[in-house]
Write a protein that binds this ligand. Structure first.
Ligand SMILES: Nc1ncnc2c1ncn2[C@@H]1O[C@H](COP(=O)(O)OP(=O)(O)OP(=O)(O)O)[C@@H](O)[C@H]1O
Length: 791
């Protein structure tokens, strides 16, 4: 079954001088004229009922709270909260003023008016502060009562009750609930908690001293939210409840509170919310700002939860309702999930200044009444049963459970014999009654023993149960925190997974880029290698070409040198031969001219072909070198030895043979050479040979007179003198250049030797030819000469 959240509206009284922004159209409809950009706009809002400024506190109570109270005693939960802007009359409606008590004192008064005769003895039912109750024995209850009396007498001396409070002056109007079951026993518990800055404080917790301790909201085994360890005080009268209210009132931070009046089965929560716009309207700072924003957050969470609930119901969706976003919604969770009736009173200050805020409040209120709470199967508050003492048994005798228990216990007792009284025999009757008394006495003793045993067992069982329960609560809280941790871990894990995926993707991209780069580098490297190879090949080719060129040029140079040398040698040989020939001819001509001239006149001698040539040459005016006088060999060879300045002793076995010689170190004047007595010239040169040995060379030639009166030397022989020991092993250090030179010299030596030999052969041949020619000419000349002269 589903029930909509019932929303009522209450308009505050407005001072006469103030203008109203609200117009009442009917008992359920009002119109709000709000200013907008296009002028004033009127919006209509419908509620279950609208209380005007003339409506009294009693009427509001009867309309809104009384049905919830009736539900309460029937065993149904209820939540009533006020909602509205600051100063709109929420506290006035819920608590009221001394002269005009609000819903809360009226509820308390009415409740106690109704259950006055059906209350369980105090402390028979005890709160375990974990959303559970236990029924304890009379003795324990008595002990607790005595303790309470002691405590209260101490308190009486120290604590003064706050005077002038709304509840102190509350005059009970005697209103009673009609549906109270007189067979039931009722115990009323009051807890007073405050949600401040999203933290729950227990205003009745005296152990925490002046500083309030924060409390945790937990969920019991039946998924009901409760404030763990909250003080739940059993009250037996409205005055007791008011006293607690006063105590709590002094402790609370602000005016927004929760007052819970709990029954052993069900609870009615009366909630006075904070103003809906504290943050925006009051320009608070520091703690006040934190408080205001916290209030705003709580109300915003309430709004969000209701909106999602409505959305889920309208669209048959299953969106998660964020009850855990704030402590307030967490405490409301059970009510919105169908644990009881929910009613809201929207308080409106019709002042035109509050118009904007009223618009928001009315919108929220209109939305809220679309929300339906789903009624869950009735779930009873868990309680534990403690074996009552004799008196307790009597007190609880009306309870069905107790009756059944008694029946059960009675089944173990000795049977009561059936008794028949004979009125005529009183003596026998006395005997029968005595035996009956005995049986009853035995039954009573047995029953007491049984009760004691049962009480012991129950106590033991309860203790175990309590431990189990505590364990399970602790385990549940642990599970809750572990779940929260797990959720967090999962979120972190999810984030890390996303991060890992991102990193993997970027890593893959980087790897792909790297591969591309590597490919590019490889391609470039290949290109470089190819180019380097080509460069090297080119270099090698160039080197080869160079070497080839060098070789070619060397070869050509050698060839050219060789040719040049050969040509020179040929030329020199030819020149020497020609000169020698000419000289011989000249000598012949000169020596024979005189004799020829003398005989010319007498005898026309036949002209020899050679003479003819000379004559022809003379006739043709060709310059003929001066005739050289031929040295007579018979006169012997006279040598002009042109020696070095400081000659080293030759030391050779074979010495040059120059019998007649004139040695000079230097040719100082022409006569040194032109001296007609000298006909041989020898130039002496000393130098080290390739082996470092002294080598003496004798360049020999003929001194020939020139036609100009000078002389010329025609070299025709070279004599080389040197001394070598075949066993000498000289160690000489040579430089590479020396070695090359030596090699070059050694290489050239055979060629030189060949050339020399060739030259010598040619010279010999020419000499032979010349000698032959000379002999012929001589023979011709002798033949031509007169016999006398020939002798
Ligand atoms: N219906 C009413 N009739 C007469 N006086 C009223 C009514 N409603 C509110 N007032 C007066 O208006 C003033 C502010 O009311 P109240 O303190 O209840 O506002 P509130 O909404 O609880 O403010 P806050 O959000 O600050 O708790 C009080 O002096 C109260 O007496």
């Amino acid at each position: 079954m589903t029930y909509p959240v019932q929303v009522f509206c209450r308009l505050r009284t407005l001072p006469e001088e103030c203008q109203s922004c609200v117009k009442l159209l009917s008992p359920t409809t009002l119109a709000l004229s709000a200013s907008s950009k296009i002028g004033r706009k009127e919006c209509n809002y419908i509620f279950k009922h609208i209380f005007t400024s003339y409506t009294g506190q009693q009427e509001v109570f009867e309309h809104v709270a009384l049905p919830l109270l009736e539900d309460l005693v029937k065993g149904k939960n209820g939540l009533l909260f006020t909602y509205g802007a600051t100063g709109s009359g929420k506290t006035y409606t819920l608590t009221g003023e001394p002269s005009m008590p609000g819903i809360m004192p009226r509820c308390i008064g009415t409740l106690f008016n109704s259950i006055a005769d059906c209350q369980a003895q105090k402390f028979l039912i005890k709160s375990d502060r974990m959303n559970g109750f236990e029924v304890q024995g009379e003795n324990d209850a008595l002990e607790d009562r005595l303790l309470e009396v002691k405590m209260s007498t101490r308190k009486m001396k120290t604590v003064k009750r706050g005077g002038g409070d709304v509840t102190n002056n509350y005059e009970n109007d005697g209103t009673k609930l009609r549906c109270v079951n007189e067979n039931n026993l009722y115990a009323v518990f009051v807890s007073y908690t405050e949600v401040y800055n999203n933290t729950v404080y227990d205003l009745l917790d005296e152990t925490s001293g002046k500083v309030l301790q924060a409390k945790i909201i937990r969920e019991d085994s039946q998924k009901r939210m409760y404030v763990n360890g909250v003080v739940e005080v059993e009250v037996k009268s409205a005055a007791d409840a008011f006293e607690l209210f006063c105590i709590g009132q002094k402790r609370k931070h602000m005016g927004h509170t929760i007052l819970n009046a709990e029954s052993s089965r069900r609870q009615l929560s009366l909630v006075d919310l904070a103003g809906s716009e504290r943050c925006s309207r009051t320009q608070n700072t520091g703690m006040r700002l934190k408080e205001a924003s916290s209030i705003n957050n709580s109300l915003m969470s309430l709004r969000t939860c209701l909106e999602i609930l409505r959305e889920n119901q309208l669209n048959a969706a299953n969106k998660l309702v964020p009850y855990r976003d704030s402590r307030l919604t967490l405490l409301f969770k059970n009510y919105f999930e169908g644990e009881g009736n929910v009613r809201m009173i929207v308080c409106i200050n019709p002042s035109i200044e509050d118009c904007e805020e009223n618009l928001q409040v009315l919108k929220f209120a209109e939305m809220t009444q679309d929300v339906k709470t789903t009624k869950a199967e009735s779930r009873y508050t868990p309680y534990k049963y403690k074996t009552p003492s004799k008196t307790a048994k009597q007190t609880l005798s009306t309870q069905t459970s107790a009756t059944s228990r008694i029946k059960k216990v009675a089944s173990f007792l000795p049977k009561i014999p059936s008794v028949k009284l004979d009125m005529e025999n009183p003596h026998e009757n006395i005997m029968v009654l005595d035996s009956l008394t005995k049986v009853l006495h035995a039954r009573r003793q047995k029953r007491e023993r049984n009760w004691q045993e049962l009480a012991k067992r129950e106590q033991h069982f309860r203790k175990r149960l309590l431990h189990r329960h505590q364990d399970s609560v602790l385990t549940k809280s642990e599970i809750c925190s572990l779940k929260a941790l797990l959720k967090k871990e999962k979120q972190t894990n999810r984030k890390l997974n996303i991060k890992i995926t991102d990193l993997e993707t970027s890593n893959e991209n980087l790897l792909a880029n790297n591969k591309e780069f590597q490919d590019t580098v490889r391609t470039l490297q290949n290109t470089i290698d190819e180019k380097t190879l080509r460069i090297n090949q080119n270099h090698l080719e160039r080197e080869k070409a160079k070497q080839k060129l060098v070789l070619q040029s060397e070869k050509m140079n050698q060839e050219l040198d060789e040719k040049l040398r050969q040509q020179r040698a040929c030329l020199q040989t030819a020149t020497l031969a020609t000169e020698a020939k000419i000289q011989k001819i000249k000598n012949i001509l000169e020596s024979d001219t005189m004799s020829a001239c003398a005989s010319e006149q007498e005898v026309e001698a036949p002209v020899q072909p050679e003479v003819k040539i000379v004559q022809e040459m003379a006739a043709s005016a060709i310059t003929i070198p001066a005739p050289r006088n031929r040295r007579s060999r018979s006169a012997g060879e006279v040598w002009l030895e042109h020696n070095v300045i400081k000659p080293v002793a030759l030391g050779t076995v074979l010495q040059p043979s120059m019998k007649k010689r004139k040695s000079v170190n230097k040719l100082k004047k022409a006569s040194d050479v032109t001296n007609p007595r000298q006909n041989k010239y020898c130039l002496l040169a000393q130098e080290a040979d390739a082996g470092g040995e002294l080598e003496t060379k004798l360049y020999k030639g003929d001194i020939v007179q020139t036609c100009g009166g000078g002389a010329q030397v025609i070299f025709n022989d070279v004599e080389c003198l040197r001394q070598e020991s075949p066993t000498s092993t000289r160690i000489v250090q040579y430089s590479m250049q020396d070695v090359r030179n030596v090699n070059g010299i050694n290489q050239n030596r055979p060629e030189r030797e060949k050339a020399k030999q060739k030259l010598a052969l040619q010279s010999e041949k020419m000499n032979q030819q010349l000698d032959e020619k000379l002999q012929k000419q001589c023979a011709c000349l002798q033949a031509a000469m007169p016999a006398k002269e020939r002798h």
